[in-house]
Write a protein that binds this ligand. Structure first.
Ligand code: HEM
Length: 398
């Protein structure tokens, strides 16, 4: 790669992750391809270039090393495989995750949201992350798989062990201990799903696992490993992403009372607000790809074998694609935000995610009066997936 490619701001640093838009803007304007600090891997930031990469899987491949240490040495399906195999899985899964199918889950997911909000509504404050943003998507996941809600705390524990093992390990600085926690959690999740497979083979239901056990590709049933690898990815892809989106969106609303008021005055603005906050906050900052052939892009020469990051967050505020890109406008027309990615790997769970978010926004603003961040507290964001770890909210008791 050309040696004059500049180093990017460290967008994975928690300080930058708290408010990354200025760094994105510099990258989009001044260095459409830059280098990751520490790893030196290239980052592509302009909308047009990111979309090109997402749409050309033969050049920008998703088939990369399986997540060793996650309790599996096989690729996650369908995220870590390329077409044509990936297309076959998507043809099978897409109808099952359609907008209309996801609406069938809405009543039970709404009931979960109401129940959780009711616990703290009269208290006048809550720890938004712990009491809502983390457990709510987890309960939605239990509804999706037809699992008992009593398994909530077990799921939260398994999920943390795999996604945030440092929060579970006794010493978070002991890398070996952290890796062991992660590997053990991976094995535990696989064992949980193996057990569920047995149960659903004996007693099929109208849920995702029973569907996977009956599903066929090219006239053949999915193997046990395929069912496991699909289920495992659902857990990794479907929980923290929604948690992060809720955290980023509510931190924004809590600090922008005039925008909050717009939603309170007219709930029909909620859908537009969700799309705009997905664009502006882009909780999944970027997606990785493996370059399969040398290519010129964004004024830089990239080489086969390099790992590259497609920076969705920066693309989403690229003024070449979005008018008034730095204005957060809940009524924005033609919002082609790519917080769910694009091309063949575009998020399988986007309809489920949008429904969860809409239900959360509606139920929250129906029950909770004007809210803000507790005085003296500062939200803390993680890098990579922008989860807000500290978000104490307060409101007047009515
Ligand atoms: C607001 C919440 C969410 C965001 C921001 C989000 C974001 C993304 C992004 C950016 C990708 C593309 C990855 C890539 O190109 O490599 C993706 C893929 C995926 N997402 Fe989501 N996601 C969300 C919620 C969910 C949910 C709720 C589920 C399922 C329960 C889910 C399941 C998946 C799966 C299975 C893939 C892989 C699709 C494939 O490779 O064909 N996501 N998501």
């Amino acid at each position: 790669m050309a040696s004059d490619v500049p180093e990017a701001p460290n967008i994975f640093d928690p300080g930058v992750a708290a408010c990354p838009q200025a760094a994105y803007r510099t990258m989009v304007d001044e260095c459409p391809v830059s280098l990751m600090p520490l790893t030196g891997g290239p980052i592509i930031s302009r909308y047009e270039d990111v979309m090109f990469a997402l749409r050309h899987p033969k050049i920008f491949s998703s088939a990369m090393e399986a997540q060793m240490g996650l309790g599996t040495d096989r690729p996650m399906i369908p995220q870590q495989i390329d077409p044509p195999a990936q297309t076959k899985y998507r043809k099978l899964l897409d109808p099952r995750f359609s907008a209309s199918r996801m609406l069938e889950l809405e009543p039970s997911i709404r009931a979960s949201a109401r129940k959780m909000i009711e616990v703290f509504a009269d208290r006048g404050e809550c720890d938004y992350s712990k009491e809502f943003a983390i457990p709510f998507p987890c309960e939605a996941f239990l509804h999706l798989f037809g699992l008992p809600l009593e398994d909530l705390s077990l799921f939260l524990e398994m999920k943390d062990g795999i996604i945030r093992p440092q929060t579970v390990a006794e010493d978070p600085t002991d890398l070996e201990a952290v890796a062991n926690v992660r590997a053990a959690s991976g094995k535990r999740i696989y064992a949980y799903f193996e057990d569920l497979i047995e149960k659903r083979r004996r007693d099929p239901r109208d849920d995702l696992m029973s569907f996977l056990l009956e599903a066929e590709i090219d006239g053949e049933k999915l193997s046990q490993n395929e069912v496991l690898d699909i289920s495992f990815l659902q857990l990794l892809a479907g929980l923290d992403t929604v948690t992060a989106t809720l955290g980023c969106s509510f931190a924004y609303l809590a600090t922008n009372p005039e925008q909050q008021l717009r939603l309170r005055e007219d709930a029909s603005r909620i859908k537009g607000a969700i799309e705009e906050l997905l664009r502006w906050e882009t909780p999944v900052v970027g997606v990785p790809r493996l370059i399969k052939q040398d290519i010129e892009i964004g004024g830089a020469s990239l080489e086969a074998g390099q790992m590259v990051i497609l920076l969705l967050g920066a693309a989403n505020i690229d003024p070449r694609e979005f008018d008034a890109a730095e204005v957060v406008d809940f009524e924005r027309e033609r919002n082609r935000q790519i917080a769910f990615g694009g091309g063949n790997h575009r998020c399988l769970g986007s309809h489920l995610a949008r429904m969860e978010l809409r239900v959360a926004f509606e139920e929250w603003h129906r029950r909770i009066p004007a809210y803000h961040i507790k005085q003296g507290e500062t939200p803390i964001y993680t890098g990579g997936i922008r989860e807000v770890q500290n978000l104490p909210l307060v409101w007047d008791r009515e």
